[in-house]
Each structure stands twice: as C-alpha cells, then as structure tokens.
Design a protein around this ligand. Structure first.
Ligand SMILES: Nc1ncnc2c1ncn2[C@@H]1O[C@H](COP(=O)(O)OP(=O)(O)OP(=O)(O)O)[C@@H](O)[C@H]1O
Ligand SMILES: [Mg+2]
Length: 361
C-alpha cells in the first residue's frame, strides 16, 4: 500500500498556478526525487506536503490519515514530517547545537550525545556546535538543517535541494550517508534536486515537474531511457534526437538502421539515443573510401577537453539519405568520450550504436 498519496493537489498564488493538479503515490520506505526547472512549483509542493501551506484543492493522505483535503488541513507540527528548506531556515538566535537539538526533549539525559552524534553523521566538526548559523558556510548550514530534521525522526523527510551548496566530492558522500541513514531509520524521503545524476542515483522513483504538474513519473531507468518527450529527455541528461522512419521494431535514421523500443510504430518520428549509446572507433580515409553500405563513418569537427569526459562533435560522412524524415530535423552528434583517448579534430571515426533507440510519441 502506498504511504503517501497525493491527488489533484493545487495551489495558486494570485494569478500564479504554482502547483496545478499533482498526483503521485509514494511507497513506504522509498525515495522519490523531484526535478524540474526553476519556478515550476517544487518548493511549493513540499511546503503543501509539510503543512506550511494549505492547498486550494486536492488531497494529501499520509499512512492512511487525511492531512489535507481542499482548504481543511492538519497543522504542520502534527504531521510528523521533516522539511529541510532550500535556504536551511536555521534559527539565527540559537547556537548550532541549539538548532540541531531544537526538536529534542530538553530534559532528555542523552540530549548532548545525540546532538553530537547527529553533527557527526552530517560531517560537522564538534567545534562548530557553539557557533551561530551566520558563522557557518552555506554548505555547513545545509548540513545543520539536515541534522535538525533528522533529530525529529520524521515519518516522511522532505529535502529541498539539501546538497546544493556542497562541492562535488562532499555532495556525493553526503548523499550516500544521508541515503543510508534514512534507509536504516526506515524514513520515506522526497528529494528536490537540480542535479539529474543525483535524482537518478538517489531515487527509486523520479518525477519530472513542469509548470505545476508532473510530466512523467517512473523509475530512474524508465525516465532516462524512455522519456515521454524531448524536454524530459534533456532534463535527465544529454540526448541525441534524430529524425527516423520507423517500422517493424527498427528505425531508418541518419545513423543507419537502429533497433527501437517499439514494435508497433510505423511512421515518421523522432528517436532518441543517449550519447553513451554511440561508439566511435578509429578509422581512416582509406576505409571510408572503401566503405560498405551499413557501415557509418564520421569526421570529428570539435573536441573539447573536459577531464574525465570530453565533448566530441562528429559530422556524419556517409549518412543514408532520408528525404522524408530529414524534414523533422536532427541535433548534431555531440558525444562524451573519456579524456585519455578522445579523438582529435579531423580524425575519421567509424560510428556504431549499442542498445535500442527510444521513439518519441
Ligand atoms: N509565497 C509566494 N507568493 C507568491 N508567489 C509565490 C510564492 N511562493 C512561490 N511563488 C511562485 O510560485 C511559483 C513556484 O515557486 P516554487 O518556489 O515552488 O518553485 P521551485 O520549483 O521550487 O523553483 P526553484 O527551483 O527556483 O527553487 C513561482 O512562480 C513563484 O514565483
Ligand atoms: Mg524551490
């Protein structure tokens, strides 16, 4: 049974429909990630779930209990939901220890130990506990906010970009530590993030939000490989989108004949490949001149060093003619290749595809 159920949830701020009919169910103990462009309503949705805002319409049910139904709503402090706000929202007049221990019973004998333990879990040094929030960096403040929310042992944890002020290395280790901690405590979690790889690696379920609604909800794998449209595809990673003529489970495309993920389609459509599905092998102009049909060659027109992953642009040299499909237009072939052996500008490469292409509706 689902732990959290949200149905037709809406919230307007004057003329702005911040949340415009959201439906989602979240399983107990699972992790959901919400991604979407700035201003699409992610924070508003979390505030509605936490009870800091009342919806105009729609329902929120947590563990079988109705929290909000239209305007009527259970107050935030009775919901058992933790919210780590985007800006941390620490209490400026309290010390860090006071902030972390805010929800703990003042008379609890092990209070200080518990605060120290929570600080340790989020990677904060004991020395900061006596300071006040303004004496901490943005990333440290985010970690205090996380520790404070964890201290309350919520049933549901809502995290609004809690790692945004952390550098890449710390961000990955914090994400892992927090995921483990939430999992071992059995806390169901909803994470809002701008980081696509964070969403895909953290969550069991990913929701892409656009203009107050969810455009698509599914497993990370499903959304990454079978996005409903171009915007969703590009939100979750780089995408190569090509015009194609589809029939019998294959596409005739500028990259030749490629297997697609639909057996039924029989029309002109856009197909999508993730850049890592396109392989390049070193080749020569001689091989190009002797190319058999079905073997595709390209020339590297740009190669930008980026460390682990270099952006390599490839112009196709013997692409099959597709006059009908070509009208749909295609994106250039820009691939990410490991820096150690990335091809250089002018190199001739043999191009092949692994896996299936996804057909857009
Ligand atoms: N208290 C408010 N009063 C009026 N409008 C608001 C209020 N809070 C949010 N909005 C508007 O509602 C829309 C959704 O805002 P929200 O903060 O939920 O977006 P978001 O998806 O969290 O964006 P970001 O990624 O930038 O944090 C925006 O157009 C915003 O300007
Ligand atoms: Mg926000």
């Amino acid at each position: 049974m689902s732990f959290l159920e949200i149905a037709s949830l809406s919230k307007n701020y004057g003329p702005v429909a911040a949340v415009a009919g959201v439906d989602i169910t979240v399983a107990a103990g699972s992790r959901t990630a919400i991604v979407g462009p700035s201003g699409c309503g992610k924070t508003t949705l979390l505030r509605l779930i936490a009870g800091f805002e009342a919806p105009d319409s729609g329902r929120i049910v947590l563990d079988g209990k109705l929290l909000a139904n239209g305007g009527a709503s259970v107050p935030a402090h009775l919901r058992g939901i933790g919210l780590v706000a985007q800006d941390g929202a620490l209490f400026p007049h309290l010390t860090i220890a006071g902030n972390i221990g805010f929800g703990l019973d003042r008379k609890e004998p092990k209070r200080d130990e518990r605060i120290a333990e929570l600080a340790y879990i989020v990677g904060l040094d004991k020395s900061v506990l006596k300071r006040r929030p303004h004496q901490l960096s943005g990333g440290q403040q985010q970690r205090v906010a996380l520790a404070r929310a964890m201290a309350m042992k919520p049933r549901l944890m809502l995290l609004d970009e809690p790692f945004s002020a952390l550098d890449t290395g710390l961000r990955a280790s914090m994400r892992k530590a927090v995921a483990e901690m939430l999992e071992s405590a059995g806390i169901t979690t909803i994470l809002v993030t701008h980081d696509q790889s964070e969403a895909l690696s953290f969550a069991d379920q990913v929701a892409v939000m656009r203009e107050g609604q969810f455009s698509q909800v599914g497993t990370p794998r499903d959304l990454y490989l079978r996005p409903k449209d171009r915007m969703i595809a590009e939100f979750l990673g780089d995408a190569i989108i090509l015009p194609a003529k589809i029939s019998g489970g294959f596409a005739e495309s500028p990259l030749g004949r490629i297997a697609v993920d639909s057996k039924e389609r029989r029309d002109l459509a856009r197909i999508m490949l993730r850049p890592e599905q396109i392989l390049l092998a070193t080749a020569s102009r001689k091989e190009l001149a002797a190319a058999k049909s079905g073997v595709l060659f390209g020339e590297v027109t740009e190669s930008e060093f980026g460390g682990a992953a270099c952006a390599v642009a490839v112009k196709l040299l013997n692409s099959p003619d597709l006059p009908e499909a070509a009208a749909i237009g295609s994106t250039p072939l820009i691939l990410k290749k490991p820096g150690v052996d990335a091809p250089s500008v002018g190199d001739i490469v043999c191009v092949s595809v692994v896996g299936k292409a996804h057909v857009f509706n």
